[in-house]
Design a protein around this ligand. Sequence first.
Ligand code: ADP
Length: 390
Amino acid sequence: MFKRVGVIGGGQLAWMMGEAAQKLGIELIVQTPSATDPAVSIASHTIFASVTDAIATQELAQQCDVITFENEFVDLEALSQLAAQGVQFYPTMEAIAPIIDKFEQRTYYQKIGVPTPQFLAIDPATVNPDQWGDLNPFGFPVVLKARRHGYDGYGTFICKDVAEFTAVLQKAEQNWLLEEFVPFERELAVMAARSPSGEIAIYPVVESEQENQVCRRVYLTSALEQGVREQGAREQVEAIAHTLLTQLNYVGVLGIELFLTGDGKVLVNEIAPRVHNSGHYTLDACATSQFEQHLRAVCGLPLGSVAMTCTGVVMVNLLGFENSELNYAEQRQRLAAIPNAHIYWYGKTQSRVGRKLGHVTVLFRHGESRQETEHVAQTIERIWYPASPI
Ligand code: ADP
């Protein structure tokens, strides 16, 4: 079993691995640029460097048994060279390579038979601007995505007409992924884990709600579980998770975001080779959190149980709504007074609009209805956001 884990990236995802690492007797060594990054406080040692700095990663490798990621925006080529020299990465470079570029990700799904929206790659630089409209065969609305480095909706544009479409293309000279707009009924997400020996554990399917392409809330209720089951969606999601984990020969936790269509079909939107925002609820609602599960998998420990310890849960992200250096102690105190609430505050020193500053999870123990969970989410957001939400 590995005991020293290097983590590339020191944000809240690495920070939330801290408690599990302590429980499992694992040392975390973090590579992250700034002393104020959340995970610096839980790391036994930090290498202060950008996440793309492969020389720093080489130094990191000397101090640990295995290296993992909380951030996939790494220098794949340079890290592949380190892997060739014997550095152990989990997930491996081969597992991450098909995921980094959103167009290649969709192409890969097609190749392995995982359902995905219709898509194509476009390079507006090769076409006369007055013919840009012809680049879209899907009709409107249509979705344009930056092929690389998009996250939290940055780089994703839903265009309602040709004017918006050409305006986005004009903004940046780059290659785009163009895809059909899926009029989904709901967005689902699932966390799935695989160990080096091929053991697989799949968490319950949750519903996630986004606003302006950013995740705002995650729900898991007995009603949702039942509905998802009835539509056969849970089976589809599990089959997709199995296929992805085994085809990628994946080790660690994989975040999978999906669309559920009105006729009960499940399509993969995207996957993240790491722990994920839609799995934060597992910290309080499951026997093994996604963070512990990830460390178990990359260290070669047996996977833990993914059983729920309650009947339902709602998780609400606390997003920044202004530029400030406040720590919002008063709001946090009020949130903590909500029955069965667990507050996670990431300790970021700067708040910006849309930045993830923390999250709140509320547990239910008695077959709660969807309305009840929505009501709790509204209460949280009324306390957190000033008069009108962002
Ligand atoms: P990011 O990688 O920045 O998180 P996503 O590709 O996940 O961006 O898109 C963010 C959100 O935008 C999704 O959760 C969904 O609400 C919406 N979205 C993305 N692609 C589509 C699509 N093809 N059809 C409809 N909505 C979409």
